[in-house]
Design a binder for this molecule. Sequence first.
Ligand SMILES: CC(C)(COP(=O)(O)OP(=O)(O)OC[C@H]1O[C@@H](n2cnc3c(N)ncnc32)[C@H](O)[C@@H]1OP(=O)(O)O)[C@@H](O)C(=O)NCCC(=O)NCCS
Length: 201
Amino acid sequence: MVKITQSTICQGFPTRIGSPSRANNVLNELIIKPLNEDDVGAIQVFECDEKELTDWLKTDALRDQALMISRTFLVKHPKNGALGYFSLLNDSIRLDPELKGKWKRREIEYSSLPALKIGRLATHKNHIKKGIGKAMLANILKETLKNITPRSGCRYITVDSLPNAIGWYKKLDFEELKTKTKRKLSVPMYFDLERIAQVAS
Ligand SMILES: CC(C)(COP(=O)(O)OP(=O)(O)OC[C@H]1O[C@@H](n2cnc3c(N)ncnc32)[C@H](O)[C@@H]1OP(=O)(O)O)[C@@H](O)C(=O)NCCC(=O)NCCS
C-alpha cells in the first residue's frame, strides 16, 4: 500500500514534480499549473482511457471554470504537452454509519461534514503508471492543507471513482463511502485529511 506520508506529498511540490525514487526523466520535467485559455492547444491533443474525461477537458473545463463551478489544473511537460489533469470543487460528505460511529465515539453527532471534491482526474493514456496520478493527488493534498484548511473547514477529500480506478484510490488510502447512491457507474470514496494534517504541518 502506498502511504501518503510527508515525503510522498513533497514529491508533488512545489509546482514542479520530481520523484527521486523513480529515475524517470518525464516526471522530473513536469509542472502542475492552473488551466487557462493559453492551454487550449495542449488540451485538444490530450487523451486518457476514459472518453468522458477526455471530452470534458476539451469542451467543458474552461467553461465550468468561468462559471466558478470547478477549477482545473494541468500537468504539463515542456515537449509532450498535457500529460494529466484534475478538477476540484467544494463538497459536503454525508457520513455513512461507519463514519458516524467514529465521530460519535468523540461525542460529535454531525450527519455531514465539509470536503473538497476531485471532480475529475486523469493521466494521458500514453503515460499511465509513471507516477503522474500519484503526483497529482499529492499536489491536491498538500495544496488543500496549505491553502484551504487554514481558511475554511475541510475535513475530507472526496471522489466519485469510476470502477477501474477504485483499486488505485484504495492504494492511496481512500475508503469507500457506504451510503446508497443513485449513480451506479461511480463509487463515492473519501480520504480523511486528519491522517496527514499533523505530518504536513
Ligand atoms: C487511474 C489513473 C488516474 C492512474 O493514473 P497513473 O498516472 O497511471 O497512476 P500512478 O502511476 O501514479 O499509479 C500509482 C500506483 O498505482 C498503480 N495503479 C495504476 N493504476 C491502477 C489501477 N487502476 N488500480 C490499481 N493500481 C493502479 C500503479 O501501478 C502505481 O503503483 P506503484 O506505486 O506500486 O508503482 C489513470 O489510470 C487514468 O487516468 N485512468 C483513466 C481515468 C480515470 O479512471 N480516472 C479516475 C476517475 S475519477
